[in-house]
Design a protein around this ligand. Structure first.
Ligand SMILES: Cc1cc2nc3c(=O)[nH]c(=O)nc-3n(C[C@H](O)[C@H](O)[C@H](O)COP(=O)(O)OP(=O)(O)OC[C@H]3O[C@@H](n4cnc5c(N)ncnc54)[C@H](O)[C@@H]3O)c2cc1C
Length: 425
């Protein structure tokens, strides 16, 4: 059984054939240097290269190595924080603009898949299932909120209606969205990289940035060379660590784990999720799952705020899956892996400038599959001279996390609090 967070994932095992990119060797000049080849960095690279900028992307490992190539593949609506927190900070009208941008982020995926012919198993349909009977009224409020924002492709499912669609009896109803869904994130990421390179961007893999200047004349140095640029985009998210000290306390890495079963066959798979939607429960510590193209159950959850890895990921995750689907007790787990999510203190993404020429975006708080591409695009838009939409999102304020030895214990305590809240709510 696969054990480690870095074990070969289902996504790596089913990645579309792709070429590697050489490590940086020597000193080069560019218009824009981008740190990180995930959705954020590659989206910015694609936009800027298409606009004629000389773009160099530095990736510590390989394209999609971070969260973008190892997530649940669930394309979500809105922001992880919910709309209310954004309204509280920006007011109703600007919060509404943020929601419209989040809607744009989903269309961006659709458009890019079509334009660059990215084969990545896109499926629409998303079910948010409630684990407690008392949460049913909350579904109505949620639907009303979406309706008021102009997003009407939603439907409330009673317990009985949900049980016709999902092969479990543990939920008490759901909100079903037609405008959210799932895909193969690594293949989408590889497709973005291919499109960016075709547009003229240069990607260097195995090129970890070890030192970086984020002032007016930015540069980034790796073991093999240095990129000096007019602009810098920092898109290292939870994997950035202490590379840029000013960003270190702004997000916290939280690990999340996923398993993929052996192929179940069409009939058994569709008895679990009849219409092949993505599914998540509404707990703070969420279970998220879906079927793959080759009829596996791909089941994720169990965040760890301590980033201490369980000794056997497959065995650790199996009880979560069988709590929902006891009928999967006998199936083999072919893959289990994990990755780091960057969360912010208020679960709203964090973006801004470290100087007039250095941009960053990160901290999508578990909901970045669609948003990260949008933030990358908006940083590119700002560099090209139209910063209004980026600046709207950059107005969202965050409290930094504490540094030093109390950093992890505080998060572990917060996690315990939310576990207890999930159990009691
Ligand atoms: C297990 C898991 C499940 C998830 N599930 C979902 C989901 O279902 N739906 C959803 O919406 N979101 C989900 N997310 C979150 C989502 O994947 C992320 O928000 C999104 O992929 C962030 O993209 P990014 O490009 O900003 O960061 P990443 O994809 O993390 O990319 C950052 C890149 O920067 C590189 N890097 C870091 N430091 C350096 C350096 N010093 N030098 C060079 N390169 C560097 C890293 O190697 C990495 O490749 C999940 C995340 C995880 C980990």
């Amino acid at each position: 059984m696969p054990k480690s967070i870095d074990a070969i994932s289902y996504y790596q095992a089913t990645a579309t054939p792709h070429s590697n990119h050489p490590a940086l060797a020597g000193d080069v000049n560019a218009d824009v240097c981008i740190i990180g080849a995930g959705f954020t960095g590659l989206s910015a690279a694609l936009e800027l290269a298409q606009a004629g900028y000389r773009v160099v992307v530095l990736e510590a490992e390989t394209v999609g190595y971070g969260a973008s190539g190892r997530n649940g593949g669930q394309i979500c609506t809105g922001f992880s924080s919910g709309q209310g927190k954004i309204e509280a900070q920006l007011g109703k009208d600007d919060a509404r603009r943020c929601f419209d941008l989040a809607e744009e982020s989903k269309r961006l995926i659709v458009d890019r898949i079509a334009e660059y012919k990215i084969d990545c198993d896109l499926v629409w349909g998303y079910i948010h299932a409630i684990p407690k009977p008392g949460q049913f009224d909350g579904l109505k409020e949620w639907k009303d909120e979406y309706d008021a924002l102009g997003y009407t492709d939603t439907q409330i499912l009673t317990k009985a209606e949900l049980e016709e669609r999902i092969g479990t009896r543990i939920y008490y109803g759901a909100l079903r969205e037609g405008g959210a869904g799932h895909f193969h994130p690594l293949n989408y990421c590889l497709g973005l990289a291919r499109a960016a390179v075709a547009a003229g961007a240069v990607i260097h893999e195995k090129s970890r940035v070890l030192a970086v200047e984020t002032g007016r004349d930015p540069w980034a140095r790796t073991a093999g060379g240095k990129v000096s640029a007019k602009y810098m985009i920092i898109a290292g998210n939870a994997y950035l660590g202490r590379t840029v000290p000013k960003l270190y306390g702004r997000v916290m890495p939280v690990s999340s784990y996923i398993l993929a079963t052996e192929p179940l066959g069409e009939n058994r798979a569709r008895a679990l999720i009849r219409d092949n939607e993505a599914v998540a429960n509404t707990n703070f510590i969420v279970d998220y799952y879906r079927l793959t193209r080759d009829t596996r159950m791909l089941f994720g959850g169990r965040a760890s705020y301590s980033t201490l890895e369980p000794p056997n990921l497959g065995a650790y995750m199996r009880p979560r899956m069988t709590a929902v689907f006891p009928q999967l007790r006998d199936v083999n787990i072919d893959y289990a892996w994990g990755g780091y999510i960057a969360i912010t203190s208020n679960r709203m993404p964090d973006c801004g400038r470290l100087s007039p020429t250095t941009y960053y975006a990160h901290g999508y708080s578990g909901q970045g599959v669609a948003l990260a591409g949008l933030y990358g695009k908006l940083m590119a838009e700002a560099i090209r001279g139209t910063a209004e939409r980026f600046d709207l999102l950059a107005r969202i304020k965050h409290l930094p996390f504490p540094g030093g030895p109390i950093r992890t214990p505080i998060l572990v305590a917060a996690m315990l609090y939310y576990r207890i809240r999930d159990a009691l709510s």
